[in-house]
Design a protein around this ligand. Structure first.
Ligand SMILES: NC(=O)c1ccc[n+]([C@@H]2O[C@H](COP(=O)([O-])OP(=O)(O)OC[C@H]3O[C@@H](n4cnc5c(N)ncnc54)[C@H](OP(=O)(O)O)[C@@H]3O)[C@@H](O)[C@H]2O)c1
Length: 333
């Protein structure tokens, strides 16, 4: 029987999601990769246990995480039943709908029909009566925003979700979504954008909107899928995401990129952190970022990412150096 560490709340930091009542761990764990039907179930279970033992109270899923689609939710449901059900009220569990899930015109994008049917399927797979956060996974340019967001409002009002979130909406769409959700009476809790040293888009207005409107921000792929770690400094390991050459391509890792990664690794070393720790700390340096949503393939990576919290402060000089390296103005010493 799994008995969580009684000290699990001693060192994790919790940050308020915007101006809401909910606190999220500064580090959250996502189940996009390594939790599917093709993956090692006991490894997935061990990573979730270790995460919870370290105070990670938030696990993030989506309808189509796997592969195959749906299988991360199924596995999570099993692990929940075996290990976490007594602690359900200590957990924030999220899922999403918005990308391709089932065939035909009602299994993708942003119709009310798709979003609500997908949530029902997700709940069934996880064996849950409700999720804590339900997201629209991406904006659908062909569906009125009122319809997609109205479905989130229904999800909350019907008790199938506690809070509503959006992902991948740009700054302008987000400002509009915030207004619509407020008018519906279900304020938007959180936005989930991609953000890392290598992907800076949220700095072009989105973080400003979220900050001024009091909406939380949980950033995904803070390690740029593993690029911002020591994983690829000496080639492409056979057990890495890039070796699978699908979501992270081998061609993303050329000599120029590796030289930049080595230079960033040098800054991390000077800070006394691992490269992964520095990448996580870097997104959390902005107080508008509620949580860094990491993925992991091994228990040791959960530990390493949480260790980032030991040093979240960057000097102006360090930030400048990082920016210069990213701009290609400095390379490895
Ligand atoms: N809203 C959206 O549209 C969206 C899109 C993508 C992801 N997400 C969410 O964000 C979560 C995280 O995304 P992500 O997996 O791309 O995040 P990530 O943290 O940037 O990358 C995770 C990968 O980095 C490597 N890694 C992690 N910690 C490491 C460490 N300490 N040292 C060395 N390597 C390390 C591992 O790669 P190896 O497998 O190679 O070991 C791991 O699988 C997802 O699970 C999902 O919940 C949301």
């Amino acid at each position: 029987m799994y008995v969580p560490d009684p000290k699990r709340y001693d060192s994790m930091q919790y940050r308020r999601s915007g101006r809401s009542g909910i606190l999220l761990p500064a580090i959250s764990l996502g189940l996009w990769h390594n939790f599917g039907g093709v993956d090692n179930f006991e490894n997935a279970r061990a990573m979730l246990r270790r995460a919870f033992d370290l105070g990670i109270t938030h696990f993030d899923l989506a309808n189509n995480y796997g592969p195959p689609y749906g299988s991360a939710e199924e596995n999570f449901g099993q692990i929940l039943k075996k290990d976490f059900l007594p602690y359900r009220d200590e957990l924030v569990i999220s899922t999403k709908a918005g990308w391709d899930m089932w065939p035909g015109p009602y299994g993708n994008l942003g119709s009310r029909k798709y979003i609500l049917a997908s949530l029902d399927q997700s709940l069934k797979r996880m064996g849950l009566p409700y999720v804590d956060i339900f997201y629209h996974h991406r904006p659908d340019p062909d569906t009125p925003m009122e319809e997609s967001l109205g479905a989130l409002d229904t999800a909350v009002r019907s008790g199938r979700a506690i809070y509503a979130g959006i992902s991948a909406y740009n700054a302008q769409q987000t400002a509009e979504a915030i207004k619509i959700m407020r008018s519906l009476g279900t304020p938007l809790l959180i936005h989930q954008p991609k953000y890392s040293m290598l992907v800076r888009d949220p700095e072009q207005g989105l973080l400003d909107v979220l900050g001024s409107e009091g909406v939380g921000c949980i950033v995904f792929s803070p390690l740029a899928q593993g690029l911002l770690s020591d994983r690829y400094l000496q080639g492409i390991p056979s057990d890495s995401r890039a070796a699978r050459d699908f979501f992270l391509k081998k061609t993303d890792i050329d000599e120029k990129k590796v030289s930049m990664l080595r230079a960033l690794n040098g800054v991390a070393q000077q800070r006394g952190q691992s490269f992964a720790e520095m990448a996580v700390a870097w997104v959390l340096r902005d107080p508008r970022v509620t949580s860094a949503l990491v993925g992991t393939s091994k228990v040791s990576q959960v530990d390493d990412n949480v260790a980032a919290l030991k040093n979240l402060k960057f000097s102006a000089e360090e930030l400048k150096k990082i920016d210069e390296i990213l701009a290609g103005k400095q390379s490895a010493a």
